[in-house]
Design a protein around this ligand. Structure first.
Ligand code: TYM
Length: 357
């Protein structure tokens, strides 16, 4: 996974000592991913992406980003944006992102994201952006006259996020796969036109849990923008809210607790159970053979509550120590900016911008 373009990654620090100065360890591949600060993260975000953020820290140098510039493509109130930005950073940390090992940033703190997005706008095509499923979903039924340019351009900013850091791997849920594929196309197009500049990244998508469905409608993905709060379980929901939401979750006809293409609701609930309990779905199915939906749902609620206990405890601690998160973000912005600026210097030079005298 090495290439000309990514020689700029900082190598892991060699062991201290006089002899070590000459030792050059191979760099670890880089990960970049992000989530929007629009309300609390939910179980879909957690199982589809955040658990991979945490796991990939073992093998990669990671940058995790709260994408506030993406969030404003839909109108946010000032207070909401501020609160959600810090909360989302805390949720990354509470889920196990370790700021000693990984870089945690707020997107707008590193101005190069916007700069590269503009440049990539000159490489992207209207046609490919109008084919993005998320753009079509978000604007369905709307008049072109009043659809924000930011919503249309959203995937270009996402490509800038990823390419700035010479990213090798992008852990995301299934719904972001198309955006990562567009990022690959833009990187290749830019590299062909201006010379090898960007690493072409790979999406990392889980085989199970890549698309957690809504509890109120298993035909739609679990989403923070759902009309009903019964669609999702927020990572910050109280145990009683979790129990209530799972009790109300829709089920399929029949009584068997098993996965089946004809049982999309049970398949989704069993997937959640298996991932959170760390058990294969078949083992869960076997345990509930001959038992009904009610018993399964009662137990599932306890599995979810239990899984979220350490997360919620850590959220409370982080909430009580605001200075800690701000320090993490300050340090993250500094480290990220150094990497981003190296990429931007290369981009400007390749395109023929006169450097600032
Ligand atoms: P966002 O904020 O909608 O979601 C954050 C992550 O959660 C995943 N996800 C899901 N996974 C499984 N099941 C679900 N129901 C579910 N819902 C959401 C998403 O796929 C995502 O990985 N555009 C991105 C944010 C972004 C980004 C980036 C991601 C901006 N720049 C660069 C990666 C790299 C978004 O809106 O994610």
């Amino acid at each position: 996974m090495t290439s000309d373009a990514d020689t700029q990654h900082p190598a892991p620090q060699p062991m201290p000592g006089p002899a070590a100065a000459a030792v050059k360890l191979p760099r670890r591949p880089r990960v970049f991913s992000g989530a929007q600060p629009t309300g609390a993260l939910h179980l879909g975000n957690y199982l589809g992406a955040i658990t991979n953020y945490v796991a990939m820290q073992e093998t990669h140098d990671c940058v995790y980003c709260v994408v506030d510039l993406h969030a404003i493509t839909l109108r946010q109130t000032k207070a909401e944006l501020k609160r959600s930005t810090l909360d989302t950073a805390n949720m990354f940390l509470a889920a196990g992102v370790d700021p000693q090992r990984s870089i945690v940033i707020v997107q707008s703190h590193v101005a190069q994201h916007s700069e590269l997005a503009w440049i990539l706008n000159t490489v992207a095509y209207m046609g490919e952006l109008s084919r993005m499923t998320q753009f079509k979903d978000k604007t369905r039924g709307g008049e072109a006259e009043s659809i924000g340019v930011g919503i249309f351009d959203y995937p270009v900013l996402m490509a800038a996020d990823i390419l700035l850091y010479q990213t090798d791997a992008v852990p995301v849920g299934e719904d972001q796969k198309q955006h990562v594929e567009l990022t690959r196309d833009l990187a290749e197009r830019f590299n062909n036109a201006f010379g090898k500049t960007f690493v072409v990244p790979q999406p990392i998508i889980r085989t199970t849990g890549a698309r957690i469905m809504g509890l109120d409608d298993p035909a739609k993905k679990m989403s923070k923008s759902a009309e009903s709060a019964y669609n999702y379980i927020a990572l910050t929901d109280s145990p009683d809210e979790i129990r209530r939401k799972i009790r109300r979750a829709v089920t399929d006809s029949g009584t068997d607790v098993r996965t089946d293409p004809d049982k999309p609701a049970l398949t989704n609930l069993l997937t959640i159970y298996g991932l959170l309990a760390g058990e294969p779905v078949e083992a869960v199915e076997a345990r509930y053979e001959g038992k009904g939906y009610a018993e399964f749902k009662t137990d599932l609620a306890e599995v979810v509550v239990e899984a979220l206990v350490p997360f919620q405890r850590r959220m409370a601690e982080l909430g009580a120590d605001k200075g800690f998160t701000l320090d993490v973000l300050r340090d993250g912005a500094e480290r990220a900016q150094a990497i981003a600026e190296r990429t931007m210097a290369k981009v400007r030079e390749r395109m023929g911008f006169v450097s600032r005298p």
